[in-house]
Design a protein around this ligand. Sequence first.
Ligand code: SF4
Length: 395
Amino acid sequence: MKPLESINEKIKLLDENQADPVLRSIGEKVLNRERILNEEGLILFEKASLSFSGALANFVRESLHGNKTYFNRNFHIEPTNVCVFSCAFCSYSRLYAHRDEGWELSIEQMMDLVKKYDGKPVTEVHIVGGVHPKMNLYFFVELLQKIKAHRPDLHVKGFTAVELDYMFRKAKLSVAEGMKILHEAGLDSLPGGGAEIFDEEIRKQICEDKVDAAGWLDIHRHAHLLGMHSNATMLYGHIENYAHRVDHMDRLRKLQDETGGFNTFIPLKFRNKGNDMSHVAESSVVEDMKLYAVSRLFMDNFPHIKAYWPMLGRQSAQLTLSFGVNDLDGTIDDSTKIYSMAGSEEQHPSLSTTELVALIKQVKREPVERDTLYREIRNYKDMDLAAMALSPLYN
Ligand code: SF4
């Protein structure tokens, strides 16, 4: 960790940004790397200027990671968008009765997607989709086994807690039993989706029928107990208020204190196209940056904060790198439709390694390719972009 430069520099950061005594004392806690309380998180949301919370978040980010900005080379598989649930914010799913409007991939079709990357330097496949009533635990066991037999080195990060909860209940297995079966079949880690907002009242309004907060957290707890890592998300910018955000982050922070199994916190921006909440306006870029900054300050036991560029758009994602974020996810290769169907400007999300590296270098950060568990694969700091652009290795 980068040492605090000097006490004078800390005071300068506060002096230049803050006269309010309450905010100043929160700032002092952050600079001394002390945990901020829930009420202090709320005050940051309600009262702090973007420049104040941003400067503090950048201080924490640089203390933890310097200029390093992580990404990986990955692709997604979305087995289906048919779903037994109908979350109000979802633009992606189709009910089983309307499955002719969606897609349902067979194991062979999914293996064809995996084989498309034979010989290519991807390190991770991310598998998430709708909760299909006929794609059960044993269907996915077969998929996992086939992926691992074909390409043992590929890290499989798969299935939200929502999908897992349904699979386990349908198979009449406990969370511990179900998780062990999937892990043994080849599931390496869990993505962070399905968390939305944990508050029960908000959940009732936006995703009433799927796994609740306690169930979501329990699934991640069991994954961590098996030695697996996972990520955590928060869907923000819809009908939740600041207190709901703090409560959500607090529940995650507590589980992280208990298990230490989370890698990354990923705020996900609500997009309003083609869903039952299209009347709800989307958050502004200023609100987005504020959220990233407060997340970095509040989630003191999460090593990484990620901006998922297919959801946010690449320019906003670049901006987040000054507001606490140190990870931009991956190359994606136009393999996910979740946010393009919700109106993201990224209609075919795909970035070559060269483009991702350029994006990070443009804002004077240091691009580092990582694997899913944040082991460094390559630092591109001194790589020449023009040379990269000519090489098939990076495009
Ligand atoms: S958000 Fe997930 S669980 Fe909810 S309807 Fe969409 S695909 Fe189904």
